[in-house]
Design a protein around this ligand. Structure first.
Ligand code: 6CS
Length: 319
């Protein structure tokens, strides 16, 4: 039997490597009964098409970013909130592993749409790239910023005065090159592997958020599997949490060096000081009220619970 697993990234990048490793493990554990066919980004359309494919059962499994599901599962947009998770990527992963708000409450919100997230994991801290120097919120004024499709992500950039627009990453290199957009956010490995730094002059190390991805399955398909098979999947998903943490860490470290050393496509790397980050944090706080009050159907309870869990794990104030 073959299960299809669609990803939003290409060969070598974290999500695709994840799908390959996951498939290898499932194949071994089932003595070759199950083969997982990973799909690179683009093979089955763009990120939003892939959400639909999982929802309808056209594919069994997917690695999916909540940033493309915001129009469907409103609550899932909490991942768009800047400075919510701990500054430490390691602690963020701990929250993602342990949080009941995410693994139980948010999961059931996704299940209302036929999608079951089995795990949440980070692909690393997100950074910004631009065609100009950006070090303070005022530098965002009128800046054309590319984002994923979740409305709250756009809202987060409007809070800095930017002019955000959503698009698939498949169109992003060309859009940056032509100046259709002037900046974007992503973890460092992705900035490097997708060559965005070639068409951007500045990279601001802001650590304003973590990139979170989900291992998801079509709910009806998963519920129809026998218990033993569900257990095999669940166990493997759990094992993979540690594996993918190390994979993203290695890729992010390696790419930071490569980008800094790339003289042909020189990128000025600016590391924000804590004081500079504080100025962004201040502007970003209002977006939490917007999430609680204005994003329809959101009652704010999941975010309240998550904020408590975050401060328990990190010992840090989340604002
Ligand atoms: O920027 C994006 O939309 C893409 N970034 C990552 C890290 N993975 C896939 C996603 O589509």
């Amino acid at each position: 039997e073959t299960w299809r697993m669609v990803t939003e990234e290409v060969d070598g990048q974290v999500q695709y490597e994840y799908a390959e490793e996951f498939g290898k493990r499932i194949n071994e554990k089932t003595d070759g009964q199950i083969t997982i066919e990973p799909y690179e980004f683009g093979g089955l359309g763009n990120e939003s098409d892939q959400v639909e494919q999982l929802e309808t059962g056209a594919v069994e499994m997917a690695v999916m970013s909540p940033g493309f599901t915001g129009n469907m599962v409103k609550e899932g947009q909490l991942f768009a909130l800047h400075f919510l998770f701990p500054d430490s990527v390691k602690k963020t992963q701990e929250v993602l592993n342990k949080s009941e708000a995410l693994n139980k409450d948010l999961r059931s919100k996704y299940e209302e749409h036929g999608i079951t997230p089995l795990a949440f994991w980070t692909e690393g801290a997100m950074q910004w790239t631009f065609n100009k120097k950006v070090e303070k919120p005022a530098d965002f004024e009128g800046l054309k910023m590319r984002t994923q499709t979740s409305p709250l992500i756009l809202e987060s950039y409007k809070a800095y005065g930017a002019d955000p627009q959503s698009m698939s990453w498949g169109e992003l290199y060309t859009a940056l090159d032509r100046g259709t957009v002037e900046g974007q956010e992503n973890p460092i490995f992705f900035i490097g592997d997708a060559s965005f730094h070639e068409v951007q002059d500045y990279m601001t190390l802001s650590n304003h958020n973590n990139y979170v991805a989900m291992t998801t399955v079509n709910s009806d398909w998963y519920d129809g599997l026998d218990e033993e098979m569900q257990k095999t999947i669940d166990e493997t998903v759990q094992e993979m949490q540690e594996w993918v943490y190390e994979e993203q860490e290695a890729q992010n470290e390696e790419w930071l060096k490569t980008i800094k050393e790339d003289e042909e496509n020189a990128t000025e790397v600016i590391e924000l000081t804590e004081e500079q980050r504080e100025a962004f944090r201040k502007e970003a706080m209002g977006v939490r009220d917007f999430y609680r009050e204005e994003v329809s159907t959101v009652d704010g309870e999941i975010l309240d619970k998550l904020e408590k869990e975050i401060s328990e794990i990190s010992g840090e104030e989340t604002g």
